[in-house]
Design a protein around this ligand. Structure first.
Ligand code: GTP
Ligand code: MG
Length: 202
């Protein structure tokens, strides 16, 4: 994907109305601090356009990044951050659920899981939830640079088993430091969403 222009076009808080975009969307879900905003920056070839922080819970809104006026990358709020109130957690959950349920342009959902750790109960819940909404999530195993190359296959297997993935589900190891995996992710985005549009005759 050649990035010509990017624009953070819409930011939705808990009470915002979701946009009715006309271009395809792909969304990135995952627990707080897993690397969603870092991945989106890598995909956009930017260092810090999407806000990144050492403090989990940075992205508390649904952010729609317009790419080349062709499509949107959608940064979802991270779940599972302990230091927000139960009420806030519930509201974020409802906001994510509403988005997954209502967006008519959502073509693909990526679920990010830290390659180093066993998936949590929240990760499994999120995976099931995405599947129940009728999507076949693609798993991105983040922070690939933090483990030895010889350990990658073992950790990918751990993620597959831990999430109880539907057979055939893609798992792509990715690092926002080395950018390994980026081209494969763009290829998937383009095949899942831009080709679909072409097939619609647009
Ligand atoms: P929330 O907005 O809180 O949901 O977090 P997020 O999922 O958007 O995570 P973010 O991209 O802000 O990254 C969180 C921290 O992990 C930051 O300190 C990043 O620099 C770091 N990080 C993200 N991806 C990678 C990676 O691939 N490798 C390494 N080493 N660090 C990473
Ligand atoms: Mg973020």
């Amino acid at each position: 994907m050649v990035i010509k222009n990017i624009n953070l076009e819409t930011v939705c808080g808990i009470t915002s109305t979701l946009p009715e975009n006309e271009k395809p969307e792909v969304a990135f879900a995952g627990k707080s601090n897993v690397g969603k905003s870092s991945l989106i920056n890598a995909l956009m070839n930017r260092k810090s356009y999407a806000r990144i922080s050492a403090t989990p819970g940075k992205t508390q809104t649904i952010n729609f990044y317009n790419i080349n006026d062709e499509m949107y990358l959608v940064d979802l709020p991270g779940y599972g951050y302990a230091r927000v109130s139960e009420k806030e957690k519930e509201q974020w959950g409802q906001m994510i659920e509403r988005y997954l349920h209502c967006s008519e342009q959502l073509k693909a959902v990526f679920l990010l899981i830290d390659i180093r750790h066993e998936p949590s109960a929240n990760d499994r819940m999120m995976y099931q939830w995405i599947v129940e909404q009728g999507y076949h999530p693609i798993i991105i195993a983040t922070k690939l640079d933090k483990i030895k190359r010889s350990q990658v296959q073992k950790h990918v297997k751990m993620l597959k088993q831990g999430l109880d993935l539907v057979p055939g589900t893609k798992v792509i190891p990715f690092s926002s430091v080395s950018k390994q995996g980026k081209e494969e992710i763009w290829e998937l985005i383009e095949s899942e969403c831009l080709c679909m549009e072409a097939q619609d005759g647009e």
